[in-house]
Ligand binder design. Structure first.
Ligand SMILES: [Ca+2]
Ligand SMILES: [Ca+2]
Ligand SMILES: [Ca+2]
Length: 418
C-alpha cells in the first residue's frame, strides 16, 4: 500500500466501510496503523487523530495486533466534559447587531457553542475532533431554572470551525421558536455511553440548574403594523386638578426598538386649528412591543404605570365631553410628518372617520389589539387584554374602542404580543 490511499470493504456491490488515509495518519515503518479500540464502529474512524502505531509485538520484530483487540491509542477521555458555554451570540441582541433584540416566529438563527474535554477536543487543535461519542443539544424555554423542561434540538459539530490552535471544539444548532414570548436558551452535552448525565452550559460555562445565566431572546409574530401607534388616550379624570389627570400612551408593535428622539406628540381640540405639541427629548426609546407613557400635569397613575415624560403644554380635558385629536409625528429631514393620529367624537380631522366619543370620567379610548377586539375583550381579563394595540387601518372609527376603566402602560410595563 502507498502512503496515501483508500481501503474499501464491500459486500457484493454494497460498500460496507471505507477508509481514506493521508500522510497525517501514523505510518511508522514496521508498525501497523491501528484504530483506537473505543472508536471502532463509529464515524470517528476516518479521523487521523484516532489512529496510532500499533504496540503489539509480532514475531520478526514488527508490531501489530492481527486477530486481536486493537490498541486503545492512549485515548483517555475525561468525563464529564470540563467546559462548555454559549459561544455566539451569548444573548440577543448581539453586540455586532447581526442578531436583533426580537426575532419573528418564522426566523431561524445559527447559535454556536464551544466545549473542552481532554482527548475529546484536544487531539485536533486546528479544528473539531468530531469525537463520535458525545451529543450536544440547543434548548429554549420560559423557565430559566428548569432547563430539563425546555424544548431541545440536536446540535452538531460546526463544519466551519477552524482555528490555528485551540483545545476547544465548536457545535452549531438552529434556533427557531414558533410561539411569541421571551425565552432563555442554552446548550447541554452528554457522552452517549449508557447512563451519562446532561451537562448544562450558559453564557459563562458549565452550570448546575437551577443556577444559570442563559441567553435570552424575544420572539414576536410578523408585525400587524410597522410603526409606533397612539395606543390609549385619557383626556382627564374629573374636574379641578383631576382635569389634567390625563395621559397619552404609545405602543410599538414592531420587532425593533424605536428611537423617539425629537418626535412630537400634539393635541388639537375638536374644531380648532392650532396643534399644541410636546417634543420628546433625545435618548427616549420605545422598546419593541413595549409602551411609552406621556402624563399630564396631574397624572395620577404613578405606581400603576409611571409616566415616561410629563407635559403641561396642553390640557385635553375639554375634549372629554365633545371631541379632540392627538397625533404622533416624526422628524424627517427638516419636516414633521404624521406617524399616527386619533380624532374622536366631534373631532373634524380624524384618520378616516372619528373614533367614538370619549367615555365618562375614569375611562379612555384604546386602540384595538386585532380587528375583532371589542371593549370587553380589551378590558382586564378579556381575551385581547395582553395582546398589545397594533390594529391600525387608518380609520379611527374601527380601530378604537372605549374603555370604562383606563389602563395606562409605560416603558416598564410588560411587553405585549398579539
Ligand atoms: Ca479540537
Ligand atoms: Ca394610523
Ligand atoms: Ca393601555
Amino acid at each position: 500500500m502507498d502512503s496515501t490511499g483508500s481501503i474499501t470493504l464491500k459486500q457484493g456491490t454494497v460498500t460496507v466501510d471505507s477508509l481514506t488515509y493521508t500522510n497525517a495518519f501514523p505510518q511508522t515503518t514496521g508498525r501497523a496503523m491501528s484504530l483506537a479500540s473505543s472508536i471502532i464502529g463509529t464515524k470517528g474512524s476516518g479521523r487521523a487523530w484516532y489512529w496510532c502505531d500499533s504496540s503489539g509485538s509480532l514475531s520478526g520484530g514488527d508490531r501489530g495486533t492481527p486477530g486481536q483487540a486493537n490498541d486503545d491509542c492512549g485515548l483517555n477521555v475525561e468525563k464529564p466534559l470540563n467546559y462548555c458555554a454559549i459561544q455566539y451570540p451569548k444573548t440577543f441582541p448581539s453586540p455586532d447587531g447581526a442578531y436583533p433584540a426580537t426575532i419573528n416566529t418564522t426566523d431561524s438563527y445559527d447559535i454556536f457553542s464551544q466545549f473542552y474535554s481532554y482527548d475529546v477536543t484536544t487531539r485536533n487543535t486546528q479544528g473539531n475532533d468530531s469525537y463520535p461519542r458525545i451529543e450536544a443539544q440547543l434548548g429554549y424555554g420560559t423557565d430559566a431554572t428548569n432547563p430539563a423542561g425546555w424544548t431541545w434540538t440536536a446540535a452538531d459539530f460546526n463544519p466551519g470551525f477552524t482555528t490555528p490552535n485551540s483545545n476547544n471544539d465548536e457545535m452549531k444548532a438552529t434556533l427557531q421558536i414558533p410561539t411569541s414570548g421571551t425565552y432563555s436558551y442554552g446548550f447541554r452535552y452528554r457522552f452517549t455511553d449508557a447512563g451519562e448525565p446532561w451537562v448544562y452550559c450558559d453564557q459563562n460555562g458549565k452550570t448546575v440548574p437551577p443556577a444559570g445565566t442563559y441567553g435570552t431572546v424575544t420572539v414576536g409574530k410578523a408585525p400587524l403594523t410597522n410603526h409606533v401607534v397612539i395606543s390609549e388616550v385619557s383626556g382627564g379624570n374629573g374636574s379641578g386638578t383631576a382635569a389634567t389627570d390625563e395621559f397619552i400612551e404609545l405602543y410599538n408593535p414592531t420587532n425593533s426598538d424605536v428611537d423617539l428622539s425629537n418626535w412630537q406628540v400634539g393635541y388639537k381640540s375638536a374644531t380648532g386649528t392650532p396643534w399644541a405639541t410636546i417634543t420628546l427629548p433625545a435618548g427616549r426609546v420605545i422598546r419593541a412591543h413595549g409602551y411609552f407613557l406621556l402624563g399630564g400635569a396631574n397624572y395620577s397613575g404613578t405606581g400603576l404605570a409611571t409616566k415616561d415624560l410629563g407635559y403641561t403644554s396642553f390640557d385635553m380635558s375639554a375634549s372629554t365631553t365633545a371631541g379632540g385629536h392627538v397625533r404622533l409625528q416624526q422628524l424627517v429631514g427638516s419636516a414633521y410628518v404624521d406617524v399616527d393620529k386619533l380624532g374622536w367624537g366631534t373631532g373634524n380631522a380624524p384618520e378616516g372617520t372619528a373614533a367614538p366619543s370619549h367615555p365618562a370620567v375614569g375611562g379612555s379610548l384604546e386602540r384595538k389589539a386585532v380587528s375583532t377586539s371589542t371593549s370587553v375583550t380589551m378590558a382586564v381579563g378579556g381575551a385581547d387584554a395582553a395582546r398589545g394595540n397594533a390594529q391600525d387601518t387608518d380609520n379611527n372609527s374601527v380601530d378604537f374602542v372605549t374603555r370604562a376603566a383606563r389602563q395606562p402602560q409605560g416603558s416598564t410595563s410588560p411587553l405585549e404580543f398579539y
